[in-house]
Write a protein that binds this ligand. Structure first.
Ligand SMILES: Cc1ncc(C[n+]2csc(CCOP(=O)(O)OP(=O)(O)O)c2C)c(N)n1
Ligand code: SF4
Length: 273
């Protein structure tokens, strides 16, 4: 099925999915498909890998080369795919739980290696599929099924984590900022090296309901009101930025990716033989 046809299906809400009505996952998936369409990529040369979670179900809804794998292990599988098929665009789609909790180790090491894959984190700040437990990105004081009195664990800042670990393209937007999401995913797909796009999205069913924003439209409104572009954020104090979502492109760097370095050492070793 052609990408344009998939987009039409999503637009006309004819797409059968397990996602709750109004879930932001559809917006992130559409942005991903839009970016692929804009870049006119051949879907036969794209591999999309996911783990387990509501967001990870995305691979089940697209007619690409897809791998729906184990919870937390998508990046490990994606690394294997990239090594076997360096000519492929390899993308990982998954949740904050999948990629940053159980899969956190794979995440930091992919960034460190600068393996040429695109990682799109559907950050809904909660474990959706299993009933709303807190995740590594649940903000302080917010409620989840496992933090009924408010979260006391300091959350990861995905962007800072990715940059510190070595990712060479890092951006964040929310599902309210659809054109930005498309733009950042487009740039991530074009980038050579580990590219991370954090897509802040709504799980109104759990995160929203526990935190008194149970309507998906209200969650979009929340993202609109609380997001600050990086350039503006740089002029604001830490106190002013409390509870704000900073969006933008945070890091772009040209550094040889894993396969380039690998080919170089192998070629050198063969020369010396
Ligand atoms: C090894 C293993 N541990 C735990 C689970 C249960 N499990 C399935 S999805 C999930 C978390 C989902 O949260 P997230 O990755 O943030 O995705 P979301 O559903 O919010 O999109 C968990 C803990 C599992 N399937 N496999
Ligand atoms: S439980 Fe949350 S993340 Fe899962 S489909 Fe529903 S709204 Fe989306």
């Amino acid at each position: 099925m052609k990408v344009e046809k998939l987009i039409t299906y999503l637009r006309e809400e004819r797409w059968p999915s397990i996602w709750c009505a109004g879930c932001g996952n559809g917006i992130v998936l559409k942005a991903f498909l839009q970016a692929i369409d804009d870049l006119k990529l051949n879907r036969e040369r794209i591999a999309v890998v996911s783990g387990i979670g509501c967001s990870s179900r995305a691979t089940g809804y697209i007619d690409f080369n897809t791998l729906h794998t184990l919870h937390g292990r998508a990046i490990a599988f994606a690394t294997g795919v990239k090594l076997a098929r360096p000519d492929f665009h390899v993308a990982v789609l998954g949740g904050d739980g999948d990629i940053l909790a159980i899969g956190g180790n794979h995440f930091i090491h992919a960034c460190r290696r600068n393996i040429d894959i695109t990682i799109i984190i559907f950050n809904n700040m909660i474990y959706g599929m299993t009933g709303g437990q807190n995740s590594p990105t649940t903000p302080l004081e917010k409620r989840a099924s496992t933090t009924p009195y408010g979260n006391i664990e300091k959350p990861f800042d995905t962007v800072k984590l990715a940059i510190a670990a070595g990712a060479t393209y890092v951006a964040r937007a929310t599902v309210y900022h659809y054109p930005l999401l498309v733009k950042y995913i487009t740039k991530a797909l074009q980038h050579k090296g580990t590219a991370v796009v954090e897509a802040v999205t709504n799980c109104h069913t759990y995160y929203g309901r526990y935190n008194n924003i149970a309507n998906p439209a209200d969650m979009l409104e929340y993202f609109k009101k609380n997001s600050i572009m990086l350039e503006k954020a740089k002029t604001m104090s830490e106190e002013e930025l409390k509870d704000k979502i900073i969006i933008g492109e945070f890091h772009q760097e040209i550094r040889p990716d894993y396969l380039e370095l690998y080919r170089e050492v192998v070629a050198k070793a063969l020369e010396e033989e």
